[in-house]
Design a protein around this ligand. Structure first.
Ligand code: 5GP
Length: 203
């Protein structure tokens, strides 16, 4: 049997609900796992080192880059964010679906290096909904919210570069849609079955 492990990149603007979607996916399928990123930003209240992120200094982060330990990394706002390489390769080789919850620059880099990763963009139902959510969670200052909304505009413009766009209008729908795509991709890797509508037509 072929290995059906793969990397699933999930991007979407800050506040779109990526964390909630991912925690639902983790509950529904034990072969899904999420990569823990490294960041130089400060932990938010309730965030735990090694669970939400590995929180490191800028010097430590730059050292990891130098040593080739990062699968990808990017600057977002005034901080570095990146994916440690070793655990991702390990989980994929064990047949797991490894979710990387990363922003668009990192996603673009990975897709270029490894075209077989599956990329999904989680889209808010409207820009207004995004603003309301960011303001409602009170984890950022008004300046940070403004900066995140500014970044979000650029990110939304990049959505068409992704393999799939998922609208997060209702949580259950978004989760079901993503799960269906994950199952299809696993079948494709295991059995070589067609995956996209285009491929289906060509067969
Ligand atoms: P936050 O500060 O809200 O936790 O994350 C800010 C942004 O950084 C989000 O868009 C998130 O997807 C992205 N991000 C988190 N981890 C990584 C990573 O390892 N690599 C990249 N490129 N982006 C990341």
């Amino acid at each position: 049997m072929n290995n059906s492990g793969f990397v699933l990149v999930l991007s979407g603007p800050s506040g779109v609900g990526k964390d909630t979607v991912i925690s639902e996916l983790l509950k529904k399928d034990e072969k899904i796992i999420v990569s823990v990123s490294m960041t130089t930003r400060k932990p938010r209240p309730g965030e735990v080192d090694g669970v939400n992120y590995y929180f490191v200094s800028q010097e430590e982060f730059e050292e990891k880059i130098q040593n080739g330990e990062m699968l990808e990394y990017a600057r977002y706002g005034s901080n570095y964010y990146g994916t440690p390489k070793a655990p991702v390769y390990d989980w994929v080789s064990k047949g797991m679906t490894v979710i990387l919850e990363i922003e668009v620059q990192g996603a673009t880099k990975i897709k270029k290096q490894q075209p077989d990763v599956c990329t999904m963009f989680l889209m808010p139902p409207s820009f207004h909904a995004l603003r309301t959510r960011l303001e409602g969670r009170s984890t950022e200052t008004p300046e940070e919210i403004a900066q995140r909304l500014e970044i979000a505009r650029g990110e939304i413009n990049m959505a068409t570069d992704y393999d799939y766009i998922i609208v997060n209008d209702r949580l259950e729908n978004a989760v079901e849609n993503i799960l269906e795509l994950i199952y299809r991709h696993r079948r494709h890797l295991r059995e070589g079955t067609p995956e996209t509508e285009e491929e289906l037509e060509r067969k």
